[in-house]
Design a protein around this ligand. Structure first.
Ligand code: SF4
Ligand code: SF4
Length: 99
């Protein structure tokens, strides 16, 4: 599952540099997570780094992006250019999900 940032965010800037996938950016009012880049830190760390550092605990799981650990790991491989076990799949990095 990707994570999301709720409107409780106080824009403290702490989480953005901790994200190994560059999934966090400043939105119009608060920070946002790009679900197409969030792997819940799978592949990089044992636990979501943004959640670890957030002082107000406002980064829950995103209910619209239910993903298994295997799916998250596959996303990690795509994002790091390691995908392709002979399946002919192209990296999906450019398919940014925007609302
Ligand atoms: Fe980035 Fe990890 Fe937080 Fe997802 S869980 S936004 S990959 S730091
Ligand atoms: Fe917002 Fe939490 Fe990130 Fe700070 S660490 S910018 S409060 S989501």
């Amino acid at each position: 599952m990707a994570l999301m940032i709720t409107d409780e965010c106080i824009n403290c800037d702490v989480c953005e540099p901790e994200c190994p996938n560059e999934a966090i950016s400043q939105g119009e009012e608060i920070y946002e997570i790009d679900p197409s880049r969030c792997t819940e830190c799978v592949g990089h760390h044992d636990e979501p780094q943004c959640r670890k550092v957030c002082p107000v605990d406002c980064i829950p799981l995103h209910p619209s992006y239910v993903e298994s650990r295997e799916t998250l790991y596959a996303k990690y491989l795509r994002l790091t250019g390691q995908s392709g076990k002979g399946d002919g799949q192209q990296p999906l990095e450019t398919q940014a999900v925007r609302e």
